[in-house]
Every structure is written in structure tokens, then in C-alpha cells.
Design a protein around this ligand. Sequence first.
Ligand code: ZN
Length: 630
Amino acid sequence: MRFRFCLAMGLLLTAAFSVHAQTSANPEKITVDLTDAPRKILHAQMTIPVAPGALTLLYAKWIPGEHMPDGPIDNLAGLFITANGQPVAWTRDDVNMYAIHLTVPDGVTQLDVKDDFLATAAASGFSAGASTSANLALLSWNELVLYPAGHKDDADILVEPSVVLPQGWQYGTALTKTGGDATHVDFGTVSLEQLIDSPLLTGRYFVEIVLAPEISPKHFLDIAADGPEDLKVSPEAVQGYSNLVRETGALYQSRHYESYHFLVTASDQVAHFGLEHHQSSDDRVSERTFIDDNLQLLSADLLPHEFTHSWNGKYRRPAGLATGNYEDPMKGNLLWVYEGLTDYLGNVLAARSRIETAAQYRDYLAQDAATLDARPGRTWRDLEDTATAAQILYLYGDGSPWDNWRRNTDYYGEGDLVWLDVDTTIRKLTNDKKSLNDFLAAFEGLGGNTAPKVVPYDFDDVVKGLSNVVAYDWGAFLRERLTSKSPHAPLGGIENGGYKLVYTDQPNDYTQAQMTASNITLAWWSIGVDVASDGRITDVLVGSAADKAKLGPGMQIIAVNGRQFSGSLLNDAIRDAKGNTNPISLIVANTGTYRVLALDYHDGVRYPHLQRVDGTPDRLDDILKPMVAR
Ligand SMILES: [Zn+2]
């Protein structure tokens, strides 16, 4: 999963995942009618094979890739269960809200179930957030499907899915079409696990682009957008995503899917995030992403990140996240591998594929490092705890008030720094003969090309894999970084890469793109605040000049040195206060009360950059070079 501004076994257990349409005498059937998606209501009809007696039906609770129990049961409505046309009474479990109990009458072999999903959520959060507009819809099957309890592994339940689409809408999905017509589409029987792992994107304005056509299995870029103009993907962008397909083959030395679909929703009406699946990804970006350079830069790593999860996260998965069902709680303590390594690789692959330039990658990395280096919450909460606490930290979007003190899902951004540290350390120890690429080829490429399946791992497997590349005390190396309470971020990878983190009075291109796209002023590294265009403070850095001046998130700056607030006026005031002793005077509104506050800060405007250290090995530059000759 990716959410920016805007997831122990020595013995390898493998859970096979039924890819080929399995022949089953009697699978469950589900038909989802999407014709009312523009009105934010989806309808489902299911037939569920049953035997007489007590039965429990379940609704998926723990959603893979979201790492939390956020199955949207609250928006399930209109549940009617019948058998041979007669109503069947049901009661909800009074502890587990995701379980429905009933008694199947004698002689009944099939239940007919109808339900609706109220797709009315706000455009925030993950897959249960807003997913439809007048012109498009993303169907996550877990929003509607009910299934019998009692299976140890949800790969054992077979489902035959169908959809009914609005007239004239096209679609993309990793499911295999077996029949139907323009508006009713039947798909081959799959396991429940594969169904929930195979969302369907549909829309009025839709394009499907074949990527890297010379490569098998096949890769498709499917885009649904709010308007036809949003689909004008540049040839350079298509080239970049085709390069991504080629680069992953070189890096991971394997593929674990039969075909792959990037399902991209370009819409301002839906939640923005990415959610990984074995054979597809649910990638949701701003409407104009493919036609706006700033938006494109800010989401450059999204597709590489979610694609990387097909290997790192879906195929190789921490044992605590490989529960095999949707009911058992997940353990997130290895998310610094699942998400942290993916975040590192997503950004590196974006640069290797030229979805972004090496300079743009360095600008991103500078901002990431500077943000984590100004994170006082690290003095009470270590990196490992952010992973263990993932299921509660995802409740807050990145950049929530006092995030720097609570910490957020920092195993993403700090994972970048830790894995860059691992990569450059391998390179340093081996005189640049080996790298993280060698670890990945063995770890992610285990077993060569396979169908989708889950191969779990634990901490010791990661250590063993790294030790197989180069002998070193990787256990101590990682534990030190996972349990550190240092106020400062681990910047060893940047140093070993031949760079250092510096601050200047000019924003780098990534920071500038973020300020432009979000219409905010980032004064985080100077006075310690981020401010929206209306003066509203989104957050205050603990220990900063703004903190000492008693500013707080949610307050609104009305005036700067006696004049009406604007972002540029605030910037000018910070600049002008450099080198003198005059405080910056702010009039601040706070829950109906106005105060004048004095901001005592004199170090000028500061933005992060990476600066090359002459005479040192330029390993970071090497890391960003394509592996495939072009
Ligand atoms: Zn992710």
C-alpha cells in the first residue's frame, strides 16, 4: 500500500493460490450490478451452496495490503437471505460484527443472498474510501461478498463472479472473462482469495495500453478517468512504465503472476492511495496526474511501488501478515520490510525506469530524510513500534496534526533510508561487486517464475538472505536501526552513497511540486510549521521556534507583522528576520480567540537538498542506473 500526501519461518510454508479456473461442481456465485455506482450504491446477488443446519456467513474484516481490520461492514445494507423463495432469518454475532448466524432449513442446498454496498464514504482512507464517480467505479469484491465460515484457508472457497456494467463503460481486471456481452461480463471461477485480490476498474472514459509488448507474461496499463482529456498519457510516460516492466524482470529475476494490470483511477472524486494485489494494483491518483508535471512527479513512485509488492508483499510476505483468511488478526512488525523495502525499491525503480530523473529522485530523498530527521517522536517510539502499531497508525493520514510527535507509518519513508543504508553497505563491503540487487534476485526470485502464491518469511530469513550476499552482522545492523531512540534519522545510506543532506533557501523541485500541488507553505525546516493557503496551520514541529511561540495545529495565522497573511508574506518575514533579533509578530485565531504571538527565529528560510560529496564513491548514482540497456 502507498499513501503519501494524499503493508518466522526457517521452514518455508507455501500457500498455493488457485489461479487457473478450478473446476468445482458447485462454486458460490456472485453478480455485482454496478449500474448505480454513479449514485454510490452497488448491488450484489449471491448463491451460496450450503447443507442444512447451523451456518455462519462472514464478511471480510482484515483486508490484505491495508494491514488493518477495516472491512467496511458499516456500509453493508439491504441484506436479504432466502432459500427456495422463502426468507431465512439471520442474526448478527453480538461480538464479531462481521459474522451472521442462521439455520439452513432441511432439504435446502443453496441460499440466495442479496446485499448492497453504500459507496458513500469520503474521498479519504483506503479501498473503502470513495471509489465511484459519475464516470467510473472501482469494485473491491470484499465490499459485497459473504462466504461460509469454517474454512481454514480462504483459498479453499471457490467463487464464480460476474458484473453488470453501466452502458458504454469499459473495464480492466486480472480476472479472466469467460462470457457475457457488452454490459454483463462473466469471469472464470477463482478462489475467494483471488476474487478479493482482483478488483475491477470500469469507466466511461477508459484506455488500456499494453506495456513492454515483447515481454511475457503480459502487462496492461488500464486507466479510468473523470474526463477524456485525463487519458492523454504521453509517449514518454508509456515508455517509462514499459521500462519499469523490463527493469523488474532484471531486478527480481522472476514473475509471480499470469498477467499484470495496473488499474489506475485518475479522479479527484475518489480516495488517493495504492493497494497491491498479486496480478494487479489499485492505483488512485489526482484527475490530471497524466497531464500535469507536478502531479506526475509527486506520484512517480506509486506504480513502481505497487508493482514491486507483487514480489515483496504478495509473494514474499511476513509470516504475521500471511494469515490465509480475513478473520485472524495480522501482525505488522515486519512492515519495515513489506512496505519499507518496497518504498525504497519503488523510488529506485521510478528513477531506473526514467519515470523520474535521478535528480528528481534525490530531491524526493532529501525531503524524506529531512522530514524524518525532524521527527522528535522518534525519541519515545522506535521504528519497529511504528510497524507493530500499523493498524492504529493507518487511522491517521500522513501529515496529521502532531504526527512528528506521535510518528506515523514511518516504516515507509524511514524504510527508504534503512534499505539505502543496507544497499550501500553491501556495495561498500564488497568493493561494489555486489548490491541489494543480489539479495532481491534470490529473495524475491525464490522458485523462479511461479503462479501467485504466498511464501512467508521472518526476521531471520531476511538476515540469512543478506548474509548470503555478504557476511556481516546484519541482525545487529537492522536491530540497531529498528530500536533506535535517536532524535536523528539514519542517514548512513546517503553518506555511503556519496551525498550529504544540506539546507538552502530555495526549495528543491520535489518540495516545490508539493507546495504547488497542495497550495501549502512548507516552513517545516525553518520555523517548524506547514501552513495552508488560508493561514491554517496543518502541523507544528515539537521543539521548533513555532512550538516555543505556542503555535498549534488547527490555528489560523491571520496576519504577519501586522499585514494580512499569505504564504509568500510569511516566507518574506522569515527571510527578513535572518541575522537580526526582531521577532516575527503573528496574529493567530484559535477556536474563536485571537492572540498576538512573537516568533523568535533568525536562521532564514531552509529547504532540504542532497549535495554531492566530492572524492567519495558515487554509489547513489550507481544505484539509479538502469539495469537493462536502452
Ligand atoms: Zn505498499
